[in-house]
Design a binder for this molecule. Structure first.
Ligand code: ADP
Length: 259
């Protein structure tokens, strides 16, 4: 080996012989980096053809191309949904690989918390209406500014909100709140959905983790909260969740107030 090798040696047997197992930890690290680069390349390459598929599907439902019968139209809608999901997952994989290779580009500005909230709430308004869920925003007009990357912070909030919408019953309510705590602003999203069992709560922020009973909900990848954690910690913030089964969950993050 050219590089220093950290090795563990396991010896077995007595006189008949010895088995020595050398584990090259350096190689594991290199493999991990190679894997991350591979994921970045693949997800980047996949985005273009998936976007092209979405465009073609849009054309296919244009009456000028020819009218589809209801069965065909149903199938096209299904493919549209699946390709949106694919695009979301490839986007998440790309974000994740950027985080892992230390390539997150953060654009820190003094940001108004209310503007970030409004942007995120608007982005999910349509989804909320589909389930007749009320989005209630609680905050004050004179919030201090936070030192944040607006796009990444809004991304995290939208992720919280999409999850809250997904795991809430129809006609329920979601509360989006900003509070000043010490020298931070806390952003929180509280839902009245099914809640999360205590044994899973800390694991939620790990990559690919999904509550086992949600595995058959095909919409998720288990990456959203892991990326959220990376985005918030990269901005010197902290992230967490409180929840009670049957009562709902409250996901929150804190960002430092701009000095
Ligand atoms: P995804 O939603 O794509 O599966 P996330 O990382 O965003 O990935 O969430 C991980 C898991 O956490 C989800 O699969 C779900 O099991 C659980 N979860 C997240 N938000 C909520 C919520 N508001 N209520 C109940 N469970 C949730």
């Amino acid at each position: 080996y050219e590089k220093p090798v950290e090795s563990s040696v396991i010896r077995t047997g007595r006189s008949a012989g010895e088995v020595i197992i050398l584990k090259n930890i350096t190689t594991f690290k290199e493999l991990d980096e190679a894997k991350t680069n591979f994921i970045a390349t693949v997800s980047h390459e996949l985005k273009t053809p998936i976007s092209a598929i979405k465009m073609s599907l849009k054309l296919l439902t244009d009456e000028r191309v020819g009218k589809l019968n209801s069965e065909q139209a149903g199938l096209v809608e299904q493919i549209k949904e699946d390709s949106s999901r694919l695009l979301k997952i490839t986007g998440e994989l790309l974000d994740l690989s950027q985080v892992e290779t230390g390539n997150i580009q953060l654009n820190f500005v003094p940001a108004n918390p209310n503007e970030i909230i409004n942007y995120a709430v608007n982005a999910v308004q349509f989804q909320a209406e589909q389930k007749h869920i009320q989005l209630e925003v609680i905050g004050s007009d004179d919030m201090p500014k936070v030192n944040a990357d607006i796009e990444k912070t809004a991304w995290v909030l939208i992720n919280f909100l999409s999850n809250a919408l997904r795991y809430s019953p129809e006609r329920s309510k979601i509360i989006i709140k900003t509070t000043v705590i010490n020298s931070t602003v806390e952003f929180s999203v509280r839902d009245f959905g099914k809640g999360i069992d205590e044994q899973y709560r800390q694991k939620l922020f790990e990559r690919y983790f999904r509550v086992p009973t949600d595995g058959n909900n095909k919409a998720g990848s288990g990456l959203g909260l892991a990326i959220s954690k990376d985005f918030i910690e990269a901005q010197n913030g902290s992230i967490g969740v409180e929840s009670a089964i049957g009562e709902g969950s409250r996901f929150y993050f804190n960002l430092p107030v701009q000095r």
